[in-house]
Design a binder for this molecule. Structure first.
Ligand SMILES: *Cc1c(COP(=O)(O)O)cnc(C)c1O
Length: 230
């Protein structure tokens, strides 16, 4: 199943690139493997997937030693400051920075481990109550503050668009994120490189690519539905 799903996702990514005149190599597929067991990740790995996204530090911590070391792990979910220490030496990027306090805590852990952590600033573009992320209006100011931290590097923006049946509904939000990214890039803030746009999930990644996503985070479309036990 994973093999077929990946082939289908790959096909759709290529089609979206073609429609928007983009190079397939400028879009990275992150396989979101949260709640899924190691053998399923291994199946995706055997199909060539090397970038995996997880939203819980504990899950990264458990899966990390079980899987090949050339995997690049992305922390894509809400991160509590006291959990940073579990992932600082395991992930290649943190997509979910939405406060100076969190950035400072990441900076401190990164310093301890002698690394510089690439991060994205999470923007709540649609202004949904239930979602993390800064507002578009607050984004530049937060980036200016985070850019002063020595062991973090801002690499761009991330958003989680609203859940919808119709991907076209989210095009407006992807456009806003892209425009915001271009605006901020134009300010030439030291230490800031607005090269990444992490946007698009199973329901809307094709539209996100058409609007400039450089990373799409696809879970269900690769691994199938998630079942949570309560
Ligand atoms: C779960 C999750 C995804 C993937 O969602 P799907 O709809 O299953 O593709 C992407 N991004 C974040 C931040 C997530 O938590």
């Amino acid at each position: 199943m994973i093999r077929e799903n990946l082939a289908s996702v790959e096909h759709r990514i290529c089609a979206a690139c073609e429609r928007s005149g983009r190079d397939r190599r400028d879009v990275r597929l992150i396989a979101v493997s949260k709640t899924k067991p190691v053998p399923m990740l291994m199946e995706a790995y055997d199909e060539g997937i090397r970038e995996f996204g997880e939203n819980k530090p504990q899950e990264i911590r458990e899966k990390y030693p079980e899987l090949p070391s050339d995997i690049r792990w992305h922390m894509i979910g809400h991160l509590q400051r006291n959990k940073i220490k579990y992932i600082i030496d395991k992930v290649c990027m943190i997509h979910s920075v939405d406060s100076l306090r969190l950035a400072e805590a990441i900076d401190a852990e990164a310093k301890k481990h002698g690394v510089t952590m690439p991060v994205l600033i999470e923007v709540n573009v649609a202004g949904e109550e239930s979602k993390d992320g800064v507002s578009p209006e607050e984004t530049e100011e937060l980036i200016r503050q985070v850019s002063c931290l020595e062991h973090i590097r801002v690499n761009g923006l991330m958003t989680i668009a609203p859940f919808t049946e119709n991907a076209e509904d989210n095009r407006q939000y992807f456009k806003i994120l892209k425009n915001l990214s271009v605006d901020i890039a134009g300010k030439n803030i030291d230490n800031v490189n607005m090269c990444e746009l992490s946007m698009g999930m199973t329901g809307d990644y094709e539209v996100a690519i058409e609007e400039g996503a450089t990373m799409v985070r696809v879970g269900t479309g690769i691994f199938g539905e998630r079942f949570y036990s309560h």
